[in-house]
Design a protein around this ligand. Structure first.
Ligand code: URA
Length: 210
């Protein structure tokens, strides 16, 4: 498995993930759990954000207090399931810019087809965190990363909830510079490109569609 994979095996992530995997978990609970897990994943994926200091006054004295440096962070959501992780990351960094990439999986070829792209300016200056709960074949993620690089992005990391070994390997081959953070690495993909044991279709589970 690639060096660029970080599995966030915190007990809270694992517990919440198990609740999400349960097929009887209703959509509202699923979305709430996804938001909570994204806080925990975000804590890890943003661990190296650069800091600067500013002078503040506590009730006791002045101090040089650490604050985030600049406003150079962008979260890029791969529609539509990415939005579940996005909401939680925006809870952590409300001032981050947001990009969206719309891709759907052709059900026959499993290839990613782009239908929407909106990104902030100056992508080359930003730390870019791409969010998609399910890293399955990695076709969508790989296509999104290629588009982001075409738009100038250089410093990119990816966060997902579940990954399949096949997807991790394929993504590493196509984009070895991109570190992947995941809540779990599952067994495999099935013949329909679903992660097994997985949690089903993340978008459908979030929005109650079929
Ligand atoms: N996308 C999903 O939502 N679930 C999978 O198992 C694979 C891709």
């Amino acid at each position: 498995m690639s060096d660029n994979l970080v599995i966030i095996d915190h007990p809270l992530v694992q517990h919440k993930l198990s609740l999400m995997r349960e097929k009887s978990t209703p959509s509202a609970t699923f979305r709430q759990l996804l938001r909570e897990i994204s806080h925990l994943l975000g804590y890890e994926v943003l661990h190296d954000l650069p800091l600067t200091t500013k002078t503040i006054e506590t009730p006791l004295q002045k101090m040089e207090a650490p604050v985030l440096k600049g406003k150079k962070l962008v979260f890029v959501s791969i529609l539509r399931a990415g939005n579940g992780l996005l909401d939680g990351l925006l809870d952590l960094v409300p001032s981050a810019r947001v990009g969206h990439v719309g891709l759907y999986r052709d059900p026959k070829t499993l290839q990613a087809v782009e239908y929407y792209l909106k990104l902030p300016v100056n992508m080359e200056e930003r730390t870019c965190v791409v969010v998609d709960p399910m890293l399955a074949t990695s076709n969508s993620a790989s296509a999104a990363l290629t588009r982001l690089k075409q738009a100038g992005a250089r410093n990119i990391r990816m966060v997902c909830l579940l990954a399949a070994p096949e997807g991790v390997e394929a993504l590493y081959k196509a984009h070895p510079d991109v570190k992947v953070y995941t809540g779990a690495l599952d067994e495999r993909l099935n013949e329909h490109g679903y992660i097994v044991p997985g949690l089903g279709d993340a978008g459908d589970r979030m929005f109650g569609t079929k």
